[in-house]
Design a binder for this molecule. Structure first.
Ligand SMILES: Cc1ncc(COP(=O)(O)O)c(CN[C@@H](CS)C(=O)O)c1O
Length: 403
């Protein structure tokens, strides 16, 4: 039995009222709330440890640098990377995906090459590939989804030819929570010499990740979806790929020697970390990972899946409510109320203290495929309870009656 109420009590943001009602936070796929221990790690850093890292010659900077690199080691172990050199700090998944597109892909792609991208992808895993395709004369090819909002593996294998150099897909998608077949995609792509970029923004927080076992070439995620602050994220890349890539941004730390006659670049991971990094964010992400690893992962997953299942069963009883792309064992559920704009529903829910997301969820192609302009999405995390489900369903029922 997963004690979500005990978990929720660790989250200061969840103790507040919104519009005079208990906050029911069901938007964790957008960003999770933060446990007190993570908040404390941030404030402790700025109260006691703050210094720039890898620069300077005093005790504070030495300590801050060792904590910063300990955070990198923590991420290395958390995702099963072979070396901490394969862990690049970014602002988040979006920046990591753009970094890969503008270094690995831009350096590799030639006219006529193809980048295969899933139809359900978040814009962060579509637009960077469109930009680099425009820059290089390559082509982005859509991998269609099935009617059941699953990754269409048969179509993928048909589209996969030796023209394909890169495949980009989410581990878990953000609108329907579809767990995509990354293992099969990686095996097929590698047979043709293509690399696979896995967008782990949702996956990292809903199942154990072992990038070595997965054999992913790149895996990206954001700290803020993993109970850590916004502004810190991770790009994992196989060391051989990262070594061969040109740098992303120029500046301090990423160089070996700068002269106007020419500049040589630093080693991994610094080559991709120009400028002063988000030291506090990295240290807080370390704390978030340590906190998260303290949870019973099986019990947590079972708990979240039960909450989503109960939500589905209850919403299905309501007139005009249509659930879209439901996936067993997902952490999110998306639905519409026929004849009512999704934003109006979210506003009514908000007036009852219930925080969900409405709109296209940065997934226009998926909305087009579903034939809607947007959905209402409820997304669940470790702190959500059955009472949250009951509050959501009662509020949706009220919205159906009112609108
Ligand atoms: C699958 C997937 N891929 C990339 C991103 C971007 O993450 P950033 O931390 O913003 O860089 C997200 C973020 N999805 C949020 C905000 S749009 C959502 O409400 O669904 C995502 O879900």
């Amino acid at each position: 039995m997963f004690d979500a109420k005990h978990i929720a009590a660790q989250f200061p943001a969840l103790q507040q009222q919104v519009n005079g009602q208990r906050l029911v936070y069901l938007d964790s796929a957008a960003t999770t709330q933060k446990p007190q221990c993570v908040i404390d790690a941030l404030s402790h850093y700025y109260q006691q440890q703050n210094a720039n890292v890898h620069r300077g010659s005093h005790s504070l900077t030495a300590h801050a640098t060792s904590e910063f690199e300990r955070a990198r080691e923590t991420v290395t172990e958390f995702i099963g990377a072979q070396s901490s050199k394969e862990i690049i700090w970014t602002r988040g998944a979006t920046e990591a995906l753009n970094l890969i597109a503008q270094t690995y892909a831009r350096n590799l792609l030639r006219p006529g090459d193809e980048i295969l991208v899933g139809e359900m992808e978040h814009h962060a895993n579509v637009v960077p590939w469109q930009i680099v395709a425009e820059q290089t004369g390559a082509k982005v090819v859509k991998i269609p989804m099935t009617q059941e909002c699953q990754f269409d593996l048969a179509s993928f294998n048909r589209l996969l030819t030796d023209k394909c150099k890169i495949v980009a897909l989410a581990h878990i998608t953000n609108v329907t929570g579809t767990r995509q077949p990354v293992e099969e995609v990686i095996a097929s792509a590698h047979k043709l010499g293509a690399v696979v970029v896995v967008d782990g923004a949702q996956g990292i927080v809903h199942e154990p990740v072992d990038v070595t076992q997965l054999n992913a070439d790149f895996y990206v995620f954001s700290g803020h979806k993993l109970y850590a602050p916004a502004g810190v994220g991770v790009l994992y890349g196989k060391q051989a790929l990262l070594e061969a890539m040109p740098p992303w941004h120029g500046g301090g730390k990423m160089v070996e020697k700068v002269s106007f006659a020419g500049t040589t670049f630093g080693e991994l991971p610094g080559k991709f970390e120009a400028g002063t990094p988000n030291v506090a964010g990295a240290i807080a992400l370390m704390k978030a990972i340590q906190w998260y690893q303290g949870l019973d992962q099986h019990a947590l997953a079972t708990h979240i899946h039960q909450l989503v299942e109960k939500t589905k069963t209850a919403l299905e009883q309501l007139d005009d409510v249509r659930i879209l792309g439901y996936q067993p064992n997902a952490s999110v559920i998306s639905f519409v109320i026929d004849g009512v704009h999704h934003q109006d529903v979210a506003t009514l829910l908000d007036q009852q203290g219930i925080a969900v997301r409405a709109g296209n969820h940065c997934a226009h192609p998926l909305m087009d495929a579903l034939g809607v302009t947007g959905t209402i999405r409820a997304s669940f995390a470790a702190y959500n309870t059955i009472e949250d489900v009951e509050s959501l369903v009662a509020a949706v029922e009220k919205a159906v009656d009112m609108l």
